[in-house]
Design a protein around this ligand. Structure first.
Ligand SMILES: C/C=C(/N=C/c1c(COP(=O)(O)O)cnc(C)c1O)C(=O)O
Length: 397
């Protein structure tokens, strides 16, 4: 079980949230329950647990003791009543959205989303008649105008993958709630160390735990946090019956990642600021998108909503060819999708993470240019990251 807190510091909570002392032997780390099923003491107990009349483990697709500790730890770090773990970020997102909508409903989204999230929305529309629209959420009048009586969910990434635009959660939540909709926020790029959307009016927060939460590029996982009532509903519906469950090993690794989350996010932020300054002054870089930019137009909102920039930077070079030359020339950064781990990663959204988005939507609504490159700034020495970019940019004719 995760302990109830008498300490306030995030750094303390993220280390002590997983309190295994209720387990046997007093192990300091959480025991790893590599089991698919649980033995009932007698038939009556088995029946009572299936009927929901008695607490207790039934089957690891429904709950697992190691995963349970992670769920409670994530709820505490995000300031939620409850958490639920999934086998991937997309598993969490699909379970939440499918639970919230039915045919004929409408989802209003930020005008930028991870490519597969857009793919999921397209599938829900084409196969199940759930409509969705993207809207520029820097214009609240436009958001209000796009709400429909059928709008059940307002779905937001902030900062947006990959353009890093920031959305005012408090303002959007007021519009969503006034229209009878729930606000779902994907907090993957920030983590609860840098941003806690529930404090700004979100109803549910989702994460790709694959990224900063695990922090070491060695797992795929997802998490949702929110009200206990909603997450209990999810557990026995779109988790249990669709089945995108998190394995106990992944939960154990994420709990280990959480212990250094605050340290790692501080270093990701620090390194990203140095890399941003380098890129912003480079003659071959035409535009840089970074929430930590000192002249960022949304400074007031960023200061109110975010504790730091995180480690993500997007920037444009003149052409797609120039971008490819750059990506083919890095030697320290790795040319790979994903983000949020110790290794600096570089990728090309238009042809990789967002290739699934129709070109007109990708370019005209999401603002993803063909020359846009996305950098997940890692934990290497910043001088080495910059020297690597310097030699790679020099290769652009
Ligand atoms: C290759 C994956 C990338 N992203 C993923 C992602 C997911 C989906 O998370 P799983 O990959 O299902 O854990 C959810 N939410 C956000 C904001 C994401 O960036 C990527 O961008 O590089």
């Amino acid at each position: 079980m995760a302990r109830e807190f008498e300490f306030e510091g995030f750094e303390t909570k993220s280390i002590h949230a997983a309190d295994p002392r209720s387990e046997a032997f007093g192990s300091l780390t959480v025991p790893l329950y590599m089991t698919s099923t649980y033995v009932f003491p007698d038939a009556e107990t088995g029946g009572a647990r299936f009927a929901g009349e008695e607490q207790g483990m039934i089957y690891s697709r429904i709950a697992n003791p190691t995963v349970d500790v992670l769920e409670k730890a994530m709820a505490q770090l995000e300031g939620a009543e409850a958490g639920l773990a999934f086998g991937s970020g997309m598993g969490a997102i699909s379970a939440v959205l499918i639970a919230m909508v039915k045919s004929g409903d409408h989802i209003l989204c930020s005008d930028g989303l991870y490519g597969c999230t857009y793919g999921l929305l397209t599938m829900l529309k084409e196969k199940f008649g759930v409509e969705f629209d993207l809207v520029d959420m820097s214009d609240m009048e436009r958001v209000r105008a796009m709400m429909r009586p059928q709008t059940k969910v307002v779905y937001v990434e902030t900062p947006i993958n990959p353009t890093l635009k920031v959305v005012d959660l408090q303002a959007v939540s007021e519009i969503a709630h006034a229209g009878g909709a729930q606000l779902v926020v994907d907090n993957t790029f920030m983590t609860p160390y840098l941003q806690q959307p529930l404090k700004h009016g979100a109803d549910v927060v989702v994460h790709s735990a694959t990224k900063y939460l695990g922090g070491h590029g060695d797992l795929i996982a997802g998490v949702a946090v929110g009200s206990k009532a909603f997450l209990d509903e999810l557990r026995f519906s779109t988790l249990k019956d669709i089945g995108a469950v998190m394995a106990p090993m992944e939960a154990w690794l994420i709990l280990r990642g959480l212990k250094t989350l605050s340290l790692r996010m501080e270093r990701h932020c620090e390194n990203a600021h140095k890399v941003y300054t380098y890129l912003a002054n480079h003659p071959k870089v035409s535009k840089v998108y970074f929430p930590g930019a000192p002249d960022h137009p949304q400074q007031e909102l960023i200061a109110r909503q975010m504790r730091g920039s995180s480690g993500m930077i997007a920037f444009e070079v003149q052409t797609l060819e120039a971008g490819r030359t750059l990506m083919n020339s890095v030697r320290l950064a790795q040319l790979a999708v994903s983000l949020g781990e110790a290794t600096t990663l570089i990728q090309h959204p238009a042809s990789m993470t967002h290739a699934v988005v129709p070109a007109d939507v990708r370019r005209d609504e999401m603002g993803i240019a063909d020359g846009l490159v996305r950098l997940s700034v890692g934990l290497e020495h910043p001088d080495d990251i910059i020297a690597d970019l310097e030699q790679a940019l020099a290769k652009i004719p």
